[in-house]
Each structure stands twice: as C-alpha cells, then as structure tokens.
Design a protein around this ligand. Structure first.
Ligand code: CP
Length: 354
C-alpha cells in the first residue's frame, strides 16, 4: 500500500473529498466527541515559511483530536541553517512523527519531501504553487455558507498569479458542475495559463475583469486575496500592484444579498475593516472552519496508515525544470520528473511547462 500523502487535492476523488467534508461537518457540530481519536499520535509541523492560520490550526486540530505536536516555525533554529537537505530533515522527522505538515517557499517542496518520508506528508503551502488544505477550508466554507459546491459564479480578486490558494481552489472547484469564474486582476497578476486551461478542460467558463466594482453584481462568492509581496522579484514591482483592488462597504451596494466574501487571510489593505461587520463577510469563521476541515483530514490520512517509504521513480537524466522557484533547483539530488502534455513537458514538482 502506498503512503497516503496530500500534495494536491487532485489526489483525492470527489467521493473522498465528500467523506472528509462530511466528517468535518460532524466534528464542527460536536468537536468534543473526537477528543481521543488521535490519542498516542504525534504530528510534526515543519514550517520553512511564516504562517499563523495553517500552522496553528493544524496544531489545534491535532491537539483537539487528543494527539501531540512537535515542530519548527522557521528553519533558522534548525539544522537546515547548517546546510541539511530537505530529504534528510524529512526522513528524520518521519521517524519521530506519525504525520508531517510542511510549508516551504519553493514550489514542489511538499512533493519532494513526500518522496523521502515514511509518514504521510501534508502540503501546507509550497511557494506560489498549491495550498490544498486551504482549499479544503474554502470548500468546507462554501458548503456551510452557500449549501452547495455547484452552479456558483465565483469571483477571484487580487494576486491571481502568485496566490497558491487561488490556484488550488480553481483546480478543486473546477471538478464540480456548473461553476463559473470571474478573474479580477491586473494583467501583470493574471491567472497562469495552465490554470485557465484547467477551467476550460473541465468544460467551464471564465471571464477576466479589471474592475472589482463591475464584477460584484454578477457573483455569488468573492474570494479576495492579498498581493503577495514576498513573491515579487523587486519592491518596485510590488509597489505598482498594491492597493489597486480594495473592497469597501460602498462597493458592496451593488453586490447580491446572498454573496459570501471569503479570504484565506492574512489581509493587508484589500478589505476595509468596515466590511467585517457585513453579514456577507465570512473570512473569520472560514479560518475556524479550517480547523475542523484539518481535523477531518488528519483522521482520513491516519486511518489504517502504516509507515514506509515508497520506491522513488527514476528521473529524466537530461531535462531540467526552467522554473527558478522549483525545488529541483535547490535540492539537486531530486530525480527530475516530467509528464508530457500536448508535446510539452510539465515538471511533476511545480507543474510548470518547459
Ligand atoms: N491562509 C493561510 O495560509 O494563512 P497563514 O499564512 O497564516 O497560514
């Protein structure tokens, strides 16, 4: 049996996602009922990048399930600062813990870690690539707040280029029927082409807009995101992009009564504080829902799991990924893995086309 890692929500069938959401609902209704479910289990949280919600909601989730937690919230205090490789760190952690959550600035780092871990690895965000447990949080929020994951017009606004939560959400919600996307960004921060292709390959439609006010009257869900300062090459580029899309109560006059406003948080300036009191704003309860979703995910991943390292696939001897943010650039021992699509090669770690 293969070790059950969660790198991308794509690895779960819709039926498995449905089971996790169902479990999250049961936990949210009666968390105390599950307070011994992970008794004797240990989670390691390996955070190479800052986090408030993801790290602490995973910790809270494991503790509320009766398990224990070890980990680091910055590589500075660990042997990574002495030059230890990702594979060695993860291999050691997987000897200590029953499950590992990892956040890393490089794209594909969670997949790389999973190849050297005997314990299940959960991707808690890998650079600008993916953030599947935020997506689980987001779709659980949609289910609770809209009652459905189908036939929704979803506006995504802000940094659609670097926003890993946007990327994971689009991949997941495109698997459900009848959804439409309104992509609200500047041309510089538009959604990457491979994700637009995901939408159309699923038979769904999207339109691109450069005005949040214009988009608001047509959408059922607004997913606001911050401009991801840490992903820009230079400060000047970030300065040009910040403060362009700001949601305030005046813009909401045109919005639907049943609109739900989500945000993965943290916010910077893209939602005015005055919006927090609007009943359509659900971003703080969304963060709480994330803890229940993660409790359900931990139970799903530890169910019947036995520890072992799966055999690693053979790499491509010559081809290298051209993405400077791909983990294969820094962790050079990794086998180079590509899949073919329409005559192009796509890196299996970061999903960028060569
Ligand atoms: N939404 C989210 O990933 O928040 P943190 O960066 O605080 O974990």
């Amino acid at each position: 049996m293969k070790t059950r890692h969660l790198i991308d929500l794509d690895s779960l069938s819709l039926s498995e996602i449905g089971d996790i959401l169902h479990m999250a609902e049961a936990i949210a209704k009666k968390p105390s009922y599950y307070s011994d479910s992970c008794h004797g289990m240990l989670m390691a949280t390996a955070f190479y990048e800052p986090s408030t919600r993801t790290q602490m909601s995973f910790q809270a989730a494991m503790l509320r399930l009766g398990g224990k937690v070890i980990g680091f919230d910055s590589p500075d205090g660990t042997s990574v600062s002495k030059g230890e490789s990702l594979k060695d760190t993860v291999r050691v952690l997987s000897g200590y813990a029953d499950i590992i959550t990892i956040r890393h600035p490089l794209e594909g780092a969670a997949k790389a870690a999973s190849m050297y871990s005997a314990a299940p690895v959960i991707n808690a965000g890998d650079g600008g690539h993916l953030h599947p447990t935020q997506t689980l949080t987001d779709i659980f929020t949609l289910l609770r707040e809209k009652g459905t994951l189908e036939n929704l017009t979803i506006g995504l606004c802000g940094d659609l280029k670097h926003g890993r939560t946007v990327h994971s959400l689009i991949k997941a919600i495109s698997r459900y029927k009848g959804n439409r996307f309104v992509l609200i960004s500047t041309p510089e921060l538009a959604l990457p082409a491979y994700l637009k292709a995901v939408i159309t390959e699923n038979g769904l439609e999207y339109e691109e807009k450069d005005s949040l006010a214009d988009a608001l009257s047509m959408i059922d869900v607004l997913y606001m995101t911050r401009i991801q300062r840490e992903r820009f090459a230079g400060h000047e580029d970030y300065e040009k992009q910040k403060g362009i899309f700001i949601l305030d109560t005046e813009k909401l006059y045109n919005a639907k009564y049943g609109l739900k406003i989500l945000h993965p948080l943290p916010r910077v300036d893209e939602i005015e504080d005055e919006v927090d009191d609007d009943p359509r704003a659900v971003y703080f309860i969304q963060a709480e829902y994330g803890m229940y979703a993660r409790m359900a995910l931990i139970l799903h991943m530890l169910d019947g799991e036995t520890k072992h390292i799966d055999p690693r696939p053979e790499g491509d001897g010559e081809r290298v990924c051209s993405n400077p943010k791909c983990v294969t650039g820094a962790e050079t021992y990794l086998p180079k893995l590509f899949r073919r699509k329409g005559g192009k090669f796509i890196c299996e770690y970061c999903d960028k086309m060569k």
